[in-house]
Design a protein around this ligand. Sequence first.
Ligand code: SF4
Length: 373
Amino acid sequence: MGLFAQDLIQKSDVSDILDQVLHGKKLVLNDCIRLLKSDNPYALGIIGNILRDKLFGKVATFVNNIILNYTNVCITFCKFCAFYRAPGDSEGYTLSVDNIVKRVATAKDHFGISQVLMQGGHNPDLKIEYYEEAFKTIKEKCPDVAIHGLSASEIDTISKVERSSTREILSRLKKAGLDSLPGAGAEILDDDVKSKISPLKIKSNEWLNIMKQAHELGIKSSATMMYGTGEDYEQRARHLFKIAELQEKTHGFMSFIPWSLEPNNTQMQAEGMIKYPSGGLELLKMIAISRIVFSGLIDHLQSSWLTNGIGMAQLALTYGADDFGGTLIGEEVVSATGARSTELTADKIITAIKQIGFLPHERNNFYETIRVH
Ligand code: SF4
């Protein structure tokens, strides 16, 4: 570490904590709250970058994937969501199994994808056979495309439709070809926050419990945080610690992805609950703090280009993130807010990674390098 960096850390309001982190000491909740309150993201970023560099050097990964938002019909009406349509709405859609498989096969042929990220609304008309058939047929036609699909709250919805347990649903879906679960639906793992922004969605413990069940069944997952919902720093810190605590038990989280709420076109914006997104500096702070909190627990940390743009994602790689995320061809949820930064192709991501002097490695669903660019 250079003299300038040392000076910046020593003069920061959290120098004692950063010093402990550098000596491998585990944070307590109060330390995390102080980091979140700190007004010195640069000092946090220096530490985040050191921890990232120790694990990955100059390698930055990405996955060539599509997002398949199979339905926008939803009965959960989250106030931060601009994507859903109520049952019966003329703008509601549900893709047929044929259409799903065709999209995956076409993306495989045209873009060489290795992952389909499949997420949608909580559509009460969809029985488990819909998902099983889709997964089985994808695996028949494109065996080397991994299915990273269905958030914990979608699993919960299927279990209610089927009047079955979430464990049984996970087990059947795994048999049908589900490879891993995305971390969506966590938002902020605090029930006061949830009752304000998504009162009809599963509560914090239910999210954690479904993740635990998935991990016990050998289904790996991601974890996420959607910050900037009006939560306070203690609620944010507790979210990180709840995920860390589960990870200590199951080791099932492959990655962590913090992203900020995009309020455009949402009920939260209409009700004046939130006026604008948190912005770039907050993203960098969250990336650095996530790297610090999950040090030794969750290795992979995604930069969030989807809501923050490619430039911010590049910076995030220098604050502690090691993974650029996916190409996300076909994404519709963030697009519904009008905030999607751009269409990305593998070539654009490779260029963005090279521009900052990092080495682009294309990875598979399980963060294993499959191609060096
Ligand atoms: S975030 Fe998901 S569960 Fe909530 S309203 Fe949107 S589609 Fe439905």
